[in-house]
Design a protein around this ligand. Structure first.
Ligand SMILES: [Zn+2]
Length: 423
């Protein structure tokens, strides 16, 4: 973590601002700019934590902030500790501690034993630029807090970032939700992560969400979530082109739009549009793209030199082949539209499910046409597996959608995600 102080800017500043707000300090607007209000909030935090109140995030202050960012602390039991006292000290509950430590015997605590103590705050922030670092921390935090979640890394991006999946549930009905094939459309990553946090919380509390019994979903279904298919692209969009990017000069050359990466970049880090890199009328699309000028790597629509040429799309395709998914949804933005068909191959049932998704989300059910309808993930899934596969375009406006749309997008899609896992 770099040192942050007055004048610093970036997604890491934004994350700290969101945290300070969450734990009761007022950092001013969550705007990724370390201003005076953020400094004052940090000084108050430092005072309360017996740190030097200099308003600068150096190693010592970060050491205190990091467990809060992760949402849990690791604690070594001392003589006289009780879970009740620890829960009070950490502003959490005994129940939360027991869930995070399924093998812990509360009436026979062992001195020296290492335990996980989750804080009383939610982990997934939905008011910040959602970078790969934040995603990674959230996955770690959620998996410690909810050890029944399975986390796996079936592949890596071009720059070597992990392509994570998280699995909720233990049932035979396997579904797959993925987000952020397209870099500008990163708002779909926190959408899936917040959903994961909310169903996990509901599961341990025996709660329902919108009338759906989450325990039943857990027992009957397995929801596989790959929240960020294109982490290299997402970081490029959120934090701009950094000098230490191995593709720095290459990217400058590839972006011939005269517009910043944060406004135009949809592709992976070497300029391939991942959602045109699947083997579903790929050559047809390739010819079309050539004629439209998308004949070389660039910000969008270049389909690569062959299907699954990119490690990200290859990973998603392999993961799909390895699992017998009953249904898949690829999340994109924007348009408030649900696409359900490919070349008339989708079944009547797939259409009916699409109609239900449309009903619960308020989004329009539509068929793709023209160039958009070839070589995408859902096209390939429908073609090769003959099962229900959807592209859902969330939100309305110009990509990247502002994070202020998050709450509406979440509200519109929560029931789709629940329904998709049992239908
Ligand atoms: Zn997209």
């Amino acid at each position: 973590m770099r040192v942050l102080k007055l004048g610093s800017r970036g997604s890491d500043v934004m994350e700290i601002q969101a945290l300070l707000k969450k734990i009761g300090y007022n950092p001013g607007p969550i705007d990724s700019i370390f201003g005076k209000l953020t400094k004052r909030a940090l000084i108050n935090f430092q005072r309360d934590n017996l740190l030097i109140p200099d308003g600068i995030i150096g190693p010592k202050t970060y050491e205190k902030l990091e467990p809060l960012l992760l949402g849990y602390d690791t604690y070594i039991l001392k003589p006289g500790d009780t879970l009740y006292n620890l829960a009070n000290k950490y502003y959490t509950t005994v129940k939360k501690i027991l869930i995070a430590n399924p093998n812990l015997n509360p009436i026979n605590l062992q001195v020296g034993e290492k335990i996980i103590i989750p804080y009383g705050i939610d982990i997934v922030d939905t008011n910040i630029g959602y970078t790969y670092d934040i995603l990674e921390r959230d996955i770690l935090g959620l998996s410690k807090r909810y050890p029944f979640l399975e986390v796996g890394i079936p592949g890596k991006s071009v720059l070597g970032k992990n392509l994570y999946y998280i699995k909720f549930g233990n049932g035979p009905n396997k579904v797959f939700y993925n987000g952020a094939h397209h870099a500008l459309e990163w708002i779909t990553s926190p959408l899936l992560m917040k959903f994961l946090e909310n169903i996990s919380k509901a599961y341990v509390n025996n709660d329902t969400i919108r009338g759906y019994n989450i325990n039943e979903i857990y027992n009957n279904s397995s929801i596989y979530i790959m929240p960020m298919v294109n982490p290299d692209g997402v970081d490029l969009v959120i934090n701009g082109l950094q000098r230490n990017n191995p593709y720095y000069y290459e990217l400058l050359r590839l972006n011939d739009t005269n517009r910043p990466f944060s406004k135009v970049w949809e592709a992976n880090i070497r300029g391939v549009d991942l959602n045109h890199n699947y083997d579903a009328l790929w050559q047809t699309y390739k010819n079309l793209a050539d004629s439209l000028g998308y004949n070389k790597p660039g910000p969008t629509r270049y389909p690569g030199s062959f299907p699954e040429s990119e490690p990200e799309s290859r990973t998603v395709a392999d993961f799909t082949r390895d699992n017998n998914f009953r249904l898949v949804i690829a999340y994109h933005s924007q348009g408030e539209v649900i696409y359900w068909d490919f070349q008339d191959l989708a079944s009547e049932e797939a259409k009916e499910i699409g109609e239900k998704f449309s009903l619960v989300s308020g989004y329009t059910l539509a068929e793709t046409y023209g160039a958009a309808s070839y070589s995408g993930y859902k096209d390939w899934f429908i073609q090769d597996f003959k099962k229900p596969g959807y592209t859902i375009e969330v939100g309305k406006g110009t990509n990247p959608l502002p994070i202020t749309q998050f709450d509406t997008i979440y509200k519109d899609n929560e029931e789709v995600l629940l329904l998709g896992s049992i239908i």
